[in-house]
Write a protein that binds this ligand. Structure first.
Ligand code: B12
Ligand code: SF4
Ligand code: SF4
Length: 392
């Protein structure tokens, strides 16, 4: 412990802000850790079932923690909230319009941010306790029961746009958020009070699945997560609802559309974290190449990558959907391999894609698989795929 005289809350906050910036965080704000001002809005959202199968958002104990940081960290009085930018420009902007290639959301092209940010936040917390004040507390990034965007808004970092993202007026929204909850009193930033969306509704118009529902009567931006491509391609573990598959296009992991169209991201600064730069092959991968990826290749390629979250079967499910949306006969050989994959989830989505392509070779592959397929859900997919085209 190298602390000397007790510092005032203002002096503590000034030193913490400086230290967080020295550690590489782009934005930092400090807020009181009082209960959520929007806890009832959150509960309404959950009651409407808009969280889908993300059970961790609706568990009673987790809801109580989200509504009050002091339930999560007993004695919590302050939140040091940080944001770290992760924007990576497309190496080849033509990818977006090339349906034979997949689009991976920018946050997932490099290393997993959770560990990197958490380590840095723990180091910040340890520095505070060693150098400034004997504070107790805990660091969180994404996975804690914390309403991170509300805390960031309260810490003055930005506002929540109609796309539900936390947006900084000069830096945009391509930032991860993290926080340290502390049991000491600090000097606080002013909350970010204004809404800079105005009459703009570009994100609502651009969302391919209609997941963004605009602001409710209280001004909260509302998303039906069950329709969001990010949910469908990452969080949903089972089959993607058939009616939503055509709307996913070639987004194989997450989605950035409502950020790409947001005018506040025009001046987004590329990340300067080497860890967040796109790994080789993640900037517009060939869908056909990915469709036949083995478990060994998946494990090697996605070590310490956010993409490992879906496991191989989830990623290949998404790739099959994208190939079906491409609709090219060139995809039939790879989809035929996938139709015989060991994972029923992959086989079922490959069947759907082959049904969309509908060539004689695609139909032949489906017919052959029907002879041996034993899984009821895959048999159903094959039947619907065959019905979707004439000739069966
Ligand atoms: C569940 C979740 C998802 C779900 C649901 C997203 C959603 N919009 O709710 C899915 C899987 C769809 C998702 C997608 C993405 N996510 Co996500 N996700 C989360 C997570 C874990 C919880 C969010 C949550 O609680 N949602 C429920 C809603 C109701 O809560 P909320 O968005 O905070 O909304 C609040 C407002 O409605 C507010 N409110 C109420 N009344 C009022 C009134 C006014 C006037 C206002 C302003 C607000 C307000 O109260 C609510 C609660 O505080 C957070 C991390 C965390 N612990 O917070 C990351 C987080 C939000 N995700 C993040 C990211 C990066 C993404 C993606 C960009 C990834 C991708 N490229 O695919 C997409 C973006 C999609 C989008 N437009 O949101 C970042 C966002 C950073 C930022 N700048 O905002 C976070 C913060 C993770 C992190 N630590 O960096 N995500
Ligand atoms: S991330 Fe994509 S699907 Fe989700 S709300 Fe934004 S535009 Fe819609
Ligand atoms: S696109 Fe327009 S409405 Fe949507 S978040 Fe950005 S400024 Fe707000």
């Amino acid at each position: 412990m190298t602390q000397t005289a007790a510092l005032s809350p203002a002096a503590l906050s000034a030193r913490i802000r400086n230290r967080a910036r020295e550690m590489g965080f782009d934005l930092v704000g400090i807020a009181p850790a009082h209960p959520s001002a929007h806890g009832d809005a959150y509960e309404r959202w959950v009651a409407l079932g808009m969280h889908g199968e993300m059970g961790y958002l609706s568990r009673e104990d987790a809801v109580a923690r989200r509504k009050d940081p002091a339930v999560l960290v007993p004695g919590a009085r302050s939140a040091v909230v940080v944001a770290l930018r992760y924007y990576v420009p497309d190496a080849d902007p033509a990818v977006t319009g090339d349906a034979s290639r997949g689009i991976v959301a920018r946050y997932a092209r490099g290393d997993d941010y959770h560990e990197l940010m958490k380590e840095r936040l723990i180091a910040l917390q340890e520095w505070i306790a060693a150098e400034l004040v004997p504070a107790g507390g805990r660091a969180y990034v994404d996975t804690g029961a914390v309403l991170e965007r509300e805390l960031a808004q309260r810490a003055g970092i930005g506002w929540q746009g109609k796309n539900t993202m936390l947006i900084h007026p000069r830096r945009g929204s391509y930032h991860f958020i993290g926080e340290v909850l502390l049991d000491v009193e600090l000097e606080y930033d002013h909350p970010f009070a204004s809404d800079h969306c105005g009459s703009c509704h570009r994100c609502l118009d651009a969302c391919p699945t209609g997941a963004l529902l605009g602001r409710d009567a209280a001004g909260a931006p509302v998303m039906d997560a069950r329709r969001c491509i990010s949910y469908l391609t990452i969080e949903l573990k089972g089959p993607i609802p058939r009616e939503l598959r055509p709307m996913i296009g070639n987004r194989v992991y997450g989605c950035d559309i409502c950020q790409e169209v947001c005018p506040w991201n025009r001046f987004a600064q590329p990340t300067n974290e080497a860890a967040f730069l796109a790994r080789e092959g993640l900037d517009g991968p060939s869908l056909i190449g990915w469709m036949t990826m083995t478990q060994e290749e998946f494990s090697r390629r996605f070590r310490n990558s956010p993409i490992k979250r879906t496991k191989r079967r989830g990623l290949l499910r998404n790739v099959a959907v994208a190939l079906g949306n491409w609709g090219s006969p060139e995809a039939v050989p790879a989809l035929t391999v996938a139709l015989n994959d060991e994972e029923p989830l992959v086989r079922g989505h490959a069947a759907w894609a082959l049904g969309r392509i509908g060539t004689e070779a695609a139909r032949q592959a489906l017919r052959e698989r029907t002879e041996v397929e034993e899984d009821a859900s895959v048999r159903q997919e094959i039947r619907l795929a065959m019905e979707s085209k004439a000739g069966f």
